[in-house]
Design a protein around this ligand. Sequence first.
Ligand code: DAH
Length: 436
Amino acid sequence: MQNLRFSRFFAFSGRRWQSTNALKSEYLDILGERHATDDITNVTPAILSKIPLRLHSQPNHPLSTLRSLIESHFPDYAHLSSLSPLVTPFKNFDELSFPKDHPGRAVTDSYYINKGLMLRTHTSAHEVEVFAQGNTQWLLTADVYRRDEIDGSHYPVFHQMEGARIWSADASGMKEVEDDNERLSSHLTRSNIAIEDVPHLSPANPAQPMHDPRHSELIAKNLKLSLNSMLLHLFGGVAGATKENPLRVRWIETYFPFTSPSFEVEVFFGGKWLEILGCGVVRQATLDTANVPHKIGWAFGLGLERIAMVLYSIPDIRLFWSTDARFLSQFKQGEISKFKPYSKYPSCFKDVSFWTAQDISVHENDFCDLVRDVAGDLVEDVKKIDSFVHPKTNRTSLCYRINYRSMDRSLSNEEANVVQQEVVSRLKEQFRVEIR
Ligand code: DAH
């Protein structure tokens, strides 16, 4: 796999420690249903409170406009957006050919309600179900959940859009693909776009063994043409692309467990290359499981926040969750406008240093979830500034620096102190740490 890099879209931290962030109650009520908790439960109230919000369906919200813009580029596709975020780990991982030891399954990286139920980590979790319902071309928008660090571009809840198209894997299906490729090519050659391409298939990024490579080539070509055209629609106008200064798009070979060949796509915008999406030719196992074994096709998945942040110049990912009129009133459905920041309030830095208990480790994501749960969106950034193991006692010492800053108002030092004290007391209670 020399020429491949593992996609950063699904890059999880390697360490796996048992989370102790478990909620104490024996059950959780989510979307009107009661679920038992168990020893791996690690969802926090802060996370659960986001489930009903559905920003992608909130009129005038930048995420909702972005979703509509993409949907309008695929008018004949089914547009889905109301699937529950609660899925089985089987559906999130196994159905998509993720290996049993994939780090994404770890409790440090994903949110579990209990052993049998989790918050989806990506919209791909619904591929089998959507294909099984008979959809042959579709888009699906949804909230997804991943445990992660805290900074201006990471939030544990974000939004993805999945898209897919399949055809009959026979001569008539392939004729349709060829016709569509011709139509799309003639449109794109007349457009203001410059594409850095890679081969549709290569030894490191091959067709699947059961596929006729010529079919796989045609599908990969259709995928590239369809997405290049969508990206031009999305970025071309805002970027002011012209013949002399075209929109630059580059394709990169990558690896996903559920596609082959697989690609990542980047767009040159605001002076740098921006990762936009992952995609590829759908693994036949996925289509077999969906009971459409005689089909072949492609799928892609993109993160809406990442794209909206650059298109609207939104500097901090927390802003998407703001209910402040100074944020929300700036946006109109269907329009991409530049966000005008309404002043930046001062930061308040607080450090906490502690020795971890002998028998409980504190994963960075555990620490971040605890802070997020106490401080909500008052936390802007968390950095580990020190970590060492005492050579004699073998105990670990950690020091974290938390940056508290409200997006809507000035936060007093006293207020930050109260929040910090609560963080410290929860740390002591949940992880039995010894504050230094
Ligand atoms: N689900 C992937 C992620 O979240 C993105 C993705 C990659 C979706 C390839 C796809 C695909 O449908 O074909 O990282």
